[in-house]
Design a protein around this ligand. Structure first.
Ligand code: A2P
Length: 343
């Protein structure tokens, strides 16, 4: 392909959609050619349809673009990034794949379908080859790839280097930021001065998605990893940044120093992807880190900070939920696709 790759954003006006705009606006490989949202927004200029909430300036050319409906015939793109609500994504993303588009989806609708890649480039880049299986089975000209739930993705890259010790079970308690619920997700009266110990569907996602991500692709299907997961998920009064307390049991019983070294040695084997952080895992040795307010923007929001590694093995992981946990994850997947010649 010569020239920039044409990128559309589905759900472009929402919390994650705006992060897609931020990630793609000055991207060296992609050019935003379509911004799609609901009928409420279609026909308006992006700056009038989106309540721009990021602390970076809305790029002028994006601000003036007209929002189009979420309809394959109205979208001009080689790849579309989806930040749509999951219920709506189920039908619409298939329509785009049938229409020949590559779809990089942040929605949960297709993540656990057997022939759909669920990918974190640093963890299971080879699973992208499921695309060929998907196209054969479904007869689609396009395809769908997905990135994990925003809490799953803060945990799984930290578990990858622990696999060498015979990882057998993981317990995790999350403290999740309010931006993960979207702009209309949770009212200020409900979350200020509060912790809500329930996020619909979240614990199930954290207990199933890692099995696929840490599983093995045998050329036709993913064989799930044999690890037990138990999750407890909580919404806390933090704007951005999911924090997770993790307990990992391993057959080889490594010491905290062994685990710390494994995190430091973790080499994801990718290079030269524009959105890839210099370090996927950052180890903090201070006793009171990581903290969302201080550490969420490390690696342009793409690094996962780890601290408090103790006997057990117990530690804390934290990352930016709408960047590493959503838009940045999708864009990194698309960059890997391009690098593998699949776009
Ligand atoms: P709109 O802003 O026009 O409502 P969030 O996760 O922040 O709630 O954002 C959801 C995104 O998905 C927004 O861009 C929203 O557009 C879009 N969206 C929600 N429901 C639909 C729908 N039924 N059809 C098309 N786009 C939708």
């Amino acid at each position: 392909m010569t020239g920039p790759i044409k990128a559309g954003i589905l759900g472009a006006t929402g919390a994650v959609g705006q992060r897609f705009v931020q990630a793609l606006a000055n991207h060296p490989w992609f050019e935003i050619t379509s911004l799609a949202a609901s009928e409420r927004s279609a026909g308006k200029k992006y700056k009038d349809a989106a309540n721009w909430r990021l602390d970076v300036e809305l790029p002028e050319d994006v601000a003036e673009q007209e929002v189009v409906p979420v309809d394959p015939s109205k979208v001009d793109a080689d790849i579309v990034f989806s930040a749509l609500p999951s219920t709506y994504a189920k039908k619409v993303e298939a329509d785009f794949a049938i229409g020949g588009f590559g779809v990089a989806s942040n929605a949960s609708a297709y993540r656990m379908e057997k022939d759909v890649p669920l990918v974190i480039p640093e963890v299971n880049a080879d699973h992208l080859d499921l695309i060929e299986v998907q196209q054969d089975e479904r007869g689609w000209d396009g395809f769908i790839i997905t990135n994990p739930n925003c809490s799953t993705i803060m945990m799984v890259p930290t578990l990858k280097p622990l696999m060498q010790f015979g990882l057998s079970s993981v317990n995790v308690a999350t403290m999740q930021a309010i931006s993960g619920a979207g702009y209309d997700g949770i009212s200020s009266m409900a979350i200020m001065d509060n912790v809500v110990p329930y996020i619909a569907g979240e614990e199930e996602k954290m207990e199933t998605e890692p099995l696929k991500l840490l599983g093995t692709f045998d050329g036709t299907q993913i064989i799930d990893a044999d690890i037990k997961f138990s999750a407890s998920c909580h919404r806390v009064s933090v704007m951005d940044g999911h924090t997770e307390a993790i307990w990992a049991t391993m057959d080889d019983d490594p010491s905290p120093a062994d685990v710390r070294q494994a995190f430091l040695d973790f080499d994801p084997g990718l290079r030269d992807l524009p959105t890839e952080p210099e370090r996927t895992l950052i180890v903090r040795d201070e006793p009171d880190r990581p903290q969302p307010h201080l550490d969420r923007n490390m690696g342009n929001g793409m690094s996962i900070s780890i601290g408090r590694i103790r006997e057990g093995i117990r530690y804390v992981a934290m990352g930016h939920n709408t960047i590493r946990g959503a838009a940045g994850a999708s864009v990194l997947n698309a960059e890997l696709l391009h690098k593998k010649g699949k776009l």
